[in-house]
Design a protein around this ligand. Structure first.
Ligand SMILES: O=C(O)CCC(=O)C(=O)O
Ligand SMILES: [Fe+2]
Ligand SMILES: [Zn+2]
Length: 395
């Protein structure tokens, strides 16, 4: 056991950094005061009084030395297939945790890196600092970022954080330029292509293969729930909106699912536990999947809402389950379309709405194409690349 030198300040720790083999920055944090090995664990104490317990196996697996992590790719080379043989000697070198293993290998660990990764006794371990999802309150209004600000790192970061937190964010004052949506999407990552192409035009078309390409009203829905992996994020960039009608409508599917759970637990259970069929067919495609309307994660929280009445396929359920399913669907439909759960506004030319297609449902009022043109350009993005972009911007 070693105790850090009493005059060991936080500045010194910041200077004496072990390269833990990651590109992400670990901000300054407390210094290490103490490290003790006992049994199969090392217990460390930081100068804010917090203790951390690290199993020896875990520490060996996370050694950042050049033999254990590739110095260029920073990927792990160490393979944790062997146990730890013999008791290591543990101490602090200038405030850095040193573990000298019985087989002669030597490891050093940055105190702040360890602090951020200390292991809870039980329960879910939080991973990395991405904005937590926040259900829409009654007075929810979308964050709006100016196009010019989005082109700068802080504005793009604000946009990404709002999108991850609220599942919806607005951009305004953009140019009325063809393909601007593709240029904006390109900052985040490659566009996610579907059977409607990588980039699609939403306007009323002569031979539509999709309700969006007509002028009819679209009730709240998610796009492409007939895919095993529906697109994560949808971008809709407004180029023209002169027609009468065509206002956009949105609802937080997760918040409304929770409202359903409160109001009618049985309806919630039915929608969460009953897979149904979704299917899209045109001349070239027949894309179908069977999945529940509300999908839950391992903790029972909503993970995805699949909701799209016009591509819901034949309801194939056991006879005794049919009525209960319709009752549950009606209940969810009514709650979603209750004005207190919706926001509605007309997109202005130069505005772009972005939303989490697996959480937030979208729709539009009918419009009259004889009164003017309505033209949106849309695309999809993967959530992984949104999160990636935010981590890169936060470095
Ligand atoms: O026309 C709109 O506002 C939305 C159309 C739509 O639902 C879509 O493009 O996915
Ligand atoms: Fe849609
Ligand atoms: Zn090593």
């Amino acid at each position: 056991m070693t105790t850090a030198h009493p005059d060991h300040t936080q500045q010194t720790v910041t200077r004496l950094r072990v390269d833990m083999g990651e590109l992400s920055a670990y901000d300054d944090g407390p210094a290490l005061n103490d490290a003790v090995a006992s049994g199969a664990r090392v217990t460390v104490t930081w100068d804010d009084g917090v203790h951390g317990h690290f199993p020896l196996l875990w520490l060996r697996d996370h050694c950042p030395c050049a033999a254990c992590r590739h110095p260029l790719t920073r990927e792990r080379l160490y393979l944790p297939l062997e146990g730890i043989s013999g008791a290591p000697s543990v101490g602090l070198d200038d405030g850095i945790l040193r573990v000298a293993w019985a087989d002669g290998h030597l490891s050093h660990y940055d105190p702040v890196w360890l602090y951020q990764r200390r292991l809870a006794e039980t329960g879910t371990q939080h991973t990395q600092a991405l904005p937590a999802r926040r259900p829409w309150a009654r007075d929810f209004r979308p964050t709006c970022v100016r196009h010019a600000d989005f082109l700068d790192r802080p504005g793009e970061r604000e946009w990404l954080e709002a999108l991850l937190r609220d599942g919806l964010v607005l951009l305004e004052d953009g140019p009325l330029a063809d393909e601007e949506v593709s240029r904006l999407a390109g900052r985040i990552g490659p566009m996610r292509a579907t059977n409607f192409g990588a980039r699609f035009d939403v306007r009323s078309k002569p031979n539509p293969n999709n309700a969006a390409y007509t002028a009819i009203g679209l009730a709240l829905h998610s796009d492409l729930p007939n895919w095993r992996q529906p697109p994560d994020i949808q971008l809709l960039y407004c180029l023209q909106n002169e027609a009468e009608g065509g206002e956009s409508i949105f609802a937080d599917g997760f918040a409304v699912a929770e409202a359903l759970r409160d109001a009618d637990p049985e309806a919630f259970r039915v929608l969460a536990e009953t897979p149904i069929d979704f299917r899209f067919q045109d001349e070239e495609h027949d894309i179908a999947v069977r999945a529940a309307v509300i999908q839950l994660d391992a903790d029972g929280n909503p993970l995805e809402v699949r909701f799209n009445n016009w591509i819901r396929d034949t309801l194939r359920l056991p006879l005794d389950k049919v009525e209960a399913w319709y009752a549950a669907y009606q209940r969810f439909w009514q709650l979603l379309h209750d004005p207190q759960h919706q926001i509605e506004f007309a997109l202005e030319p130069g505005q772009m709405i972005a939303f989490d297609n697996r959480r937030v449902l979208h729709g539009r009022r009918a419009f009259d194409p004889n009164t003017g043109t309505r033209h949106l350009q849309g695309t999809y993005l993967d959530l992984d690349l949104l999160e990636s972009r935010l981590r890169v911007l936060a470095r």
